[in-house]
Design a protein around this ligand. Structure first.
Ligand SMILES: Cc1ncc(C[n+]2csc(CCOP(=O)(O)OP(=O)(O)O)c2C)c(N)n1
Ligand code: SF4
Ligand SMILES: [Mg+2]
Length: 341
């Protein structure tokens, strides 16, 4: 679906832009008939990026498919806060898998639908970064290499939040978690470990891979809708701040998600069949310090004396992404969102 670019967002929201767009180009959430797949009453913390991302992603998937979606959900915060048995906030067919097998359960559902000839019903698998990047990774890679007809969504809050903020393979260097204490010469999570799930997904050359953040919700909706245009395996990796685990203010969730992109630390892009086809440009690169400071998980970098050496290493990572993905806007005119018309 063509993606209307809105250039004049003042506070980072697209609310004003929505009003000025044709009705059929407004965001899914702007529609009265949105499906509210993750409805009110769930128990996520205030400012939870995962709850926001899941609501937008699933509502967009529902709109793209005429409300024909089945979701398989790994164990993790998203499952626990939404579905304390016998209650549930989900308003779609939804199944709770194990922590490590959501991609396999999603594959099974897709296979059953194929046998039944139900090409109209689409499957979404979803989980946190631990469920996706760590324990579920073998199932996910299998789902990719078989090109199973599933969109898998990873909500990346960069640690195992549900069980008390333990490090995952998506935890960034220097971050303090319950298992990476801010002590010693290399405080927090060490450099040189972890994995880049979107790039690994791309290496499988599956039809569609994209990244998004909860700061650019129209872009997130667009990527879900675009993913639904493909058959076969698709992967969407969404950056979702976690106020509890990161020690950030709940009202800063969107700001932090915007800063991670504007620093270059989290490249926002989309790829088809293993090739990058679009990147969300940065108008002005923000120093990583601005992103790190509002989060207590990085507080040990700003003590007395501050760890400027560690901050410089994080800056190097951001700069590398800027060069690698060509993230800086050349004209300075504005960010180019993937698929913009
Ligand atoms: C085999 C197995 N090991 C450990 C657990 C405990 N467990 C449940 S959720 C979770 C962490 C989830 O982390 P993540 O996938 O990142 O989701 P988040 O809670 O951060 O959204 C763990 C360790 C489990 N349910 N099953
Ligand atoms: S701990 Fe983090 S991911 Fe879990 S509900 Fe709270 S804010 Fe969301
Ligand atoms: Mg997590």
């Amino acid at each position: 679906m063509p993606h209307q670019q809105v250039k004049f967002y003042q506070a980072g929201s697209f609310v004003a832009g929505n009003r000025l767009l044709d009705p059929d180009q407004r965001s899914v959430q702007a529609h009265m008939d949105r499906s509210n797949t993750l409805t009110s009453g769930h128990r996520a913390c205030q400012g939870c990026g995962e709850a926001l991302g899941a609501r937008y992603a699933l509502d967009a998937a529902m709109r793209a498919t005429g409300n024909q979606v089945i979701a398989a959900n790994a164990t993790g915060c998203l499952e626990v806060f939404s579905t304390p048995y016998p209650e549930s906030s989900w308003q779609l067919p939804w199944i709770h898998s194990l922590f490590g097998n959501a991609p396999a359960v999603a594959t099974g559902i897709a296979a059953a639908l194929k046998v039944k000839g139900r090409t109209d019903v689409r499957v979404v698998g979803q989980g946190g970064d631990g469920g996706t990047v760590d324990i579920g990774f073998a199932c996910l890679s299998g789902m990719f290499e078989r090109n199973d007809d599933v969109l898998f969504i990873c909500y990346d809050n960069e640690a195992y939040m549900n069980t008390g903020v333990q490090r995952s393979g998506a935890t960034p260097p220097a971050a303090r978690t319950a298992t990476t204490k801010p002590v010693g010469k290399e405080p927090g999570n060490v450099f040189g470990q972890g994995k880049n799930a979107p790039l690994i997904a791309m290496a499988h050359e599956i039809p569609y891979v994209a990244t998004a953040t909860v700061a650019e919700l129209r872009d997130l909706e667009y990527k879900v809708e675009r993913a639904m245009e493909f058959r076969g395996a698709r992967y969407l990796h969404i950056f979702v701040p976690c106020p509890l685990g990161w020690g950030s203010a709940s009202h800063d969730t969107i700001r932090i998600a915007r800063l991670v992109k504007e620093t270059g630390l989290f490249p926002v892009f989309e790829a088809e069949h293993g090739e990058v086809v679009g990147v969300s440009k940065i108008r002005r690169q923000v120093p990583v310090e601005e992103y790190l400071r509002p989060q207590r998980r990085f507080a040990h970098l700003f003590g007395d004396p501050p760890r400027t050496d560690v901050i410089a290493r994080i800056q190097e990572r951001a700069d590398r992404n800027i060069g690698r993905f060509g993230l800086l806007a050349e004209t300075g005119e504005g960010a180019e969102l993937p698929g913009a018309v």
